[in-house]
Design a protein around this ligand. Structure first.
Ligand SMILES: CC(C)(COP(=O)(O)OP(=O)(O)OC[C@H]1O[C@@H](n2cnc3c(N)ncnc32)[C@H](O)[C@@H]1OP(=O)(O)O)[C@@H](O)C(=O)NCCC(=O)NCCS
Length: 147
């Protein structure tokens, strides 16, 4: 059974591995570990026993939250893991008094764009050439809620 929990030190190495699998510009293990002591950060993991199925990371400043990343291991995709992580993160951010969640997504990332659309994120802008490796525009998406 997959469970969602706050990230702790025991998850850092597997998150760094999954970052390398999923992204051309991955976060290092040290950067991920430093999020554990950042009071602005909220990171959650989806685990099956000891195994990491996915994770999500965010930072909140003055009631506005940014999603840094979300990824699901290829073995666990299309089982609702990312959806569960985002909904759990929104609940955690509401409890912190945050009123919206923003994120950037590659224009070509059809699975992620479908995920965010399903969960009610709306496009609020674009950043030209935001990404490198390969260079590509970012769409800026936002999900708002009542608190
Ligand atoms: C994008 C990603 C996080 C989705 O994770 P996931 O756990 O497979 O997604 P879920 O099973 O929760 O899917 C929820 C909804 O998202 C959409 N979706 C997810 N993957 C999709 C795909 N490959 N194609 C089309 N729609 C997809 C669907 O609407 C899906 O609902 P449905 O299964 O009822 O049709 C995963 O593919 C991933 O880790 N990709 C690499 C990292 C990445 O791109 N992260 C996003 C950075 S902005």
């Amino acid at each position: 059974m997959i469970e969602i929990r706050p990230m702790d030190q025991t998850h850092v190495a597997q998150i760094a591995e999954l970052e390398k699998t999923c992204f051309s510009d991955p976060w290092s293990e040290a950067s991920i570990a430093s999020e554990l002591s950042n009071p602005l950060s909220c990171w959650l993991v989806a685990v099956e026993g000891e195994r990491l199925a996915g994770y999500i990371g965010s930072q909140t400043v003055m009631g506005e939250s940014d999603m840094m990343n979300v990824a699901v291991h290829p073995d666990f995709r299309r089982q609702g893991v990312a959806q569960a992580l985002i909904l759990a993160l929104v609940d955690a951010l509401k409890a912190r008094g945050s009123h919206w969640l923003m994120l950037e997504v590659r224009h070509s990332n059809a699975p992620a764009r479908a995920l965010y659309e399903k969960l009610g994120f709306a496009e609020v802008g674009r950043r030209k050439n935001y990404y490198s490796k390969p260079r590509e525009d970012a769409l800026i998406l936002r999900k708002e809620w009542e608190i």
